[in-house]
Design a protein around this ligand. Structure first.
Ligand code: MOS
Length: 743
């Protein structure tokens, strides 16, 4: 088993602060809020992919026992933020987010077309089965490959030439002595967190709404709901304290959320809606089907001379979803000539969304597979090839990196993995009748830092409550924030309580884009520094301290001490007592400054993967993974490591299993449960060794931490594909790498 070499025994990581309530079932998830007078809603979804609803016969459903309402475009309360819905003759143009129960148009199979509300869930389900909905179908387009010629420059780019998705060209093609050209395909994949999306919607008054909703950002959900229902922001309260995984599916407010809020308004009672597993495939986005064409040119000695990267992603017929598919090719390697193109293909499907390293995980599969193909063509070790083309600065923005320890990652990862034992020739490392392969890939992610607020309230006993409207969709936000606060204040972690997941708390971004530690971690740091400094000031107003030298003062064990050597300080509680205070509250906001334009900020990493492939069945087993990341300071090794493992598990799923297959005759997913949509289980996952460079990035923020979430998955699929190539000599350019592609 691996050694946790970076967990300092003298200062060990915190266990999850909410671990106990989660494993004992005391943590309340969205669907579990027991609100009085609760009614239960069930969504009814379309059975055609394109057309119009011609009739809804609700007579039987309406008279079924316990039914409170059948809601559809025929009778739904208006969403004031959407204007009127007088059965328009035209479909919504692209750029419109989907408006549930707005009109009679059907845009995709699985679209919510009606909702039954009853006094129990079972009665709602039964009544929903009695609804008779008729349609007039139109010819739909759901097949990506068959329609790929229709892909266009995104409207977003047509309207905004400075969009990062606009065509990009840099430099002149150098002399190309070696050249590869390849096309890579990623199928549609779904987040499918264990906890389905769910909401309990409560209208407290005509213009006052509370929702317990599974999402990744209570403040952004608050804003979106306030806008839709045209009520003041502060009249909307969104609570999401515990989330059973999301991976991007909870970044936006989706139609089912609006539908539940509408239903609660319509029946005048709180309404609960839980999506069924099948509905999860058409309700909360997915990783879009994407085709990418890469060409790489290099000199014979292995220097890159040219990269071209074209990505075509899938979107819906009514809305654009753009992601960073082609961006990494501009900055990951030193290369004089780089061109990227990004196009979108509209199909009769629901809108995709960000999922697990959105865009970058997709793009890096193509780029890092192509780099491996180029290394093979040049007969160079793939790791050496990458090191030869190491980017010492960001050529896209022509800026220095804020910090980059990718080379150190390569060296450490290679050593821990035993990369030197790799034989250059594919299919050359067999063992007991199976083919063994070693593959690697780089990882890069441009994490975000958003303005964030936090509040710290010191109590009379010297304990502190720290609050911010941030989220924890699984990585252990509360634990990391507790550790930051405890360290700054010099108190035991048990003396800290961190509150999150409630829009009534100080403003914070949602949990996405690997932004929580850089953004909210900085705010928590800053507010605790302010609290500490205030406590020191207050100590200096006390007898005995006035004569001391302020620059020597430290805080330790919940006390202000005159110097490092001092053992007899004044406790925080006594400072408050002396000043006749029951508590001391400080607020702070933290945001980036001019450094944003002076440095290029990325997290970096690399993955090393060993696979065993059966030459007879084509079955691939990942048998070892070593990952190494440069994400700046590691706040809490134990939860960081878990997050890295989670990302790699997602990457293995992406590489080997996950594929949402559609029957294009109906435009309907046929993989709509966990028996057909395969995600990794424990038996699929080998020991994973996680290493960090753990060096503060002094330019990014006060805590020196970069984002960790996405860097863990970006590149994994390529590392697996590269290992499969090394094992078998077969290059699989279409995920997932299933046995049929290998035999
Ligand atoms: Mo992530 S896909 O930014 O939740």
């Amino acid at each position: 088993m691996e050694k946790r070499i970076f967990d300092n025994p003298a200062d060990p990581s915190l266990d999850r602060v909410d671990g106990r309530v989660k494993v004992t079932g005391k943590a309340t998830y969205s669907a579990e809020y027991a609100v009085p007078n609760l009614a239960h809603a069930v969504l009814v979804t379309s059975t055609i992919a394109k057309g119009v609803i011609t009739g809804i016969d609700a007579e039987k459903a309406n008279s079924a026992p316990g039914v409170l309402a059948v809601i559809s475009h025929l009778n739904a309360p208006k969403v004031p933020g959407w204007g009127s819905a007088a059965q328009p003759a035209e479909r919504a143009p692209i750029g419109t987010s989907f408006r549930v129960f707005y009109d009679h148009f059907v845009y995709f199979d699985g679209q919510p077309v009606a909702m039954v509300v009853a006094d129990t869930h079972e009665r709602a389900v039964y009544a929903a089965s009695l609804l008779k909905i008729t349609y007039q179908s139109e010819k739909h387009r759901t097949h990506f490959e068959a329609n790929v010629q229709q892909a266009i420059v995104p409207l977003n780019v047509q309207r905004n030439k400075t969009s990062p998705f606009a065509d990009y060209d840099r430099g002149e093609k150098g002399q190309v002595e070696a050249h590869i050209e390849a096309e890579y395909t990623i199928p549609t994949q779904h987040h499918q967190p264990m906890e389905p999306h769910a909401i309990v919607a409560v209208w407290e008054a005509e213009d006052k709404l509370t929702v317990y909703d599974k999402n990744q950002g209570v403040k952004s959900a608050q804003g979106q709901l306030a806008q839709a229902f045209k009520i003041p922001r502060e009249n909307v309260r969104v609570i999401a304290k515990y989330i059973g995984g999301a991976f991007g599916s909870g970044i936006r407010v989706w139609p089912h959320t609006i539908a539940a809020v509408l239903a609660a308004k319509h029946v005048g009672r709180p309404v609960k809606l839980v999506l069924g597993r099948e509905q999860m495939f058409t309700s909360v986005g997915y990783r879009p089907y994407t085709v990418q064409k890469l060409t790489i040119g290099a000199s014979k000695n292995g220097k890159l001379t040219s990269i071209t990267h074209e990505g075509i992603g899938q979107t819906s017929a009514y809305e654009e979803h753009l992601e960073r598919t082609i961006l990494a090719s501009r900055s990951l390697y030193a290369c004089p000539h780089v061109s990227t193109r990004y196009r979108l293909l509209s199909l009769d499907v629901n809108t995709p969304t960000w999922m697990r390293g959105p865009g970058d995980a997709t793009g890096m599969f193509a780029l890092e597979s192509a780099m491996d193909e180029m290394a093979f063509a040049l007969n160079i070790d793939p790791l050496d090839f990458r090191i030869k083309n190491y980017a010492e600065l960001d050529q896209e923005r022509n800026l220095p990196w804020s910090a980059k320890s990718l080379k150190e990652c390569y060296v450490l990862g290679a050593e821990k993995f035993g990369w030197k034992n790799r034989k250059l020739e594919p299919k050359s490392m067999q063992k007991d009748g199976v083919l063994v392969g070693y593959g690697m890939a780089s990882s890069l992610y441009g994490f975000h830092r958003h303005p964030s607020k936090a509040r710290a309230v010191m109590q009379a006993d010297g304990s502190v409550i720290v609050q911010s409207a941030t989220m924890d969709i699984g990585p252990g936000t509360g634990t990391a924030m507790t550790r930051i606060a405890a360290k700054v204040l010099g108190i035991h972690a048990k003396m800290v309580r961190f509150d999150l997941g409630d829009s009534a708390l100080p403003d914070a971004p949602g949990q996405n884009g690997s932004s929580t530690i850089p953004s909210v971690g900085s705010a928590v740091h800053d507010v605790c520094v302010a609290l500490r400094d205030r406590l020191i000031e207050m100590a200096f107003e006390m007898p005995g301290f006035a004569t001391k030298e302020k620059s020597q003062v430290v805080v330790r064990n919940g006390q202000v001490l005159a110097s490092m050597a001092d053992t007899n300080g004044v406790s925080f509680g006594d400072i408050l007592k002396h000043h006749h205070r029951n508590e001391l509250e400080i607020s702070a906001e933290s945001k980036s400054g001019p450094e944003r334009d002076q440095y290029s900020m990325y997290s970096f990493g690399c993955h090393f993967v060993e696979v065993e492939v059966s030459p007879f069945t084509g079955e691939v087993h990942v048998t070892r993974v070593v990952t190494c990341a440069d994400v700046g300071t590691i706040i809490n090794y134990k939860t960081a490591r878990s997050q890295s493992i989670g990302g790699i598990v997602g990457g293995i799923g992406m590489a080997l299993m996950e594929e949402s297959a559609m029957d294009h005759r109906y435009g309907r997913y046929v993989t709509s449960d966990f028996s057909s949509y395969h995600i990794p289980v424990h038996a699929d996952i080998p020991p994973i060794e996680v290493y960090y460079i753990d060096k503060p990035d002094v330019h990014v923020n006060p805590i020196g931490s970069k984002g960790l979430g996405e860097i863990a998955i970006v590149g994994v699929a390529a590392a697996v594909a590269n290992a499969v190539f090394h094992a078998t000599g077969k290059r699989i350019r279409q995920l997932p790498i299933t046995p049929d592609k290998l035999i």
